[in-house]
Design a protein around this ligand. Structure first.
Ligand code: SF4
Ligand code: SF4
Length: 221
């Protein structure tokens, strides 16, 4: 039995999924594997492309805000995190809030997208948010779990970003409104020290309430 399962469910008449965790030691990688298995099995409805039974060559979700976790950035950076953050990501600072996402081109499409083919140039290393997005219905718990993982992972990237400086000792910022970033706003997360999703336990990322629901396999829509 898999440690995490994306279980097919029907929500408002459309095929989607719920998440169940069978093993308290399950990791974020187990969650990613479960969602990838579900998507590859093509059992779900695709709201943005209802006629399709796969996402192949559809790039509609590669043109929006794509948050990036520390592990995503390490996977894609190939050893040079500073260069990667500067060239491929977008750091937006508004007051004390820092948001780090995939960079977009002038057409508003992700810098990793090959627009002529509608395919990701970095598919094998694409961010967690890309691997786990499918435009089908999700249960409230499945949505919340994804959100909590992405938020913690992005916060850890922000913690790391405070330590990456440009040649003249400035922070890398692409866009800002009254920036006042403060490292004190970004405490350690369960991603601290991890270099792989296998090293981050789902239990540590989830709120206790959500953890209880997804491990007790209670259906909450
Ligand atoms: S999940 Fe993204 S790629 Fe797949 S059909 Fe929906 S919008 Fe297109
Ligand atoms: S990284 Fe790849 S899958 Fe993710 S938004 Fe960019 S092009 Fe799309």
């Amino acid at each position: 039995m898999d440690r995490v399962e994306a279980v097919p469910v029907v929500i408002n008449g459309q095929a989607g999924y719920d998440i169940r965790v069978a093993d308290p030691g399950a990791t974020v990688q187990d969650y990613l594997d479960a969602v990838n298995r579900f998507i590859e099995a093509a059992q779900c409805y695709r709201a943005r492309k209802p006629e399709a039974d796969s996402c192949f060559a559809c790039d509609l979700c590669c043109q929006e805000r794509i948050p990036v976790t520390l592990i995503d950035a390490l996977n894609m950076a190939e050893g040079d995190l500073g260069r990667f953050v500067g060239e491929m990501l977008h750091v937006y600072v508004e007051g004390r809030v820092v948001d780090i996402t995939m960079g977009l081109n002038e057409a508003g499409k992700c810098l990793c997208l090959d627009s002529s083919r509608g395919l990701c140039r970095n598919y094998g290393k694409r961010p967690l948010v890309c691997q786990t997005f499918i435009c089908c219905p999700l249960t409230r718990d499945a949505r919340k779990l994804r959100e909590e993982i992405v938020n913690a992972g992005e916060d850890e990237l922000v913690r790391k970003w405070f330590k990456i400086k440009t040649w003249n000792n400035n922070l890398i910022i692409h866009e800002a409104v009254s920036p006042r970033p403060d490292p004190g706003d970004y405490p350690r997360t369960p991603f601290a020290g991890a270099v792989s999703y296998r090293q981050v336990r789902l239990k540590d990322v989830c709120t206790p309430r959500l953890w209880k629901r997804i491990t007790e396999k209670k259906e909450v829509f």
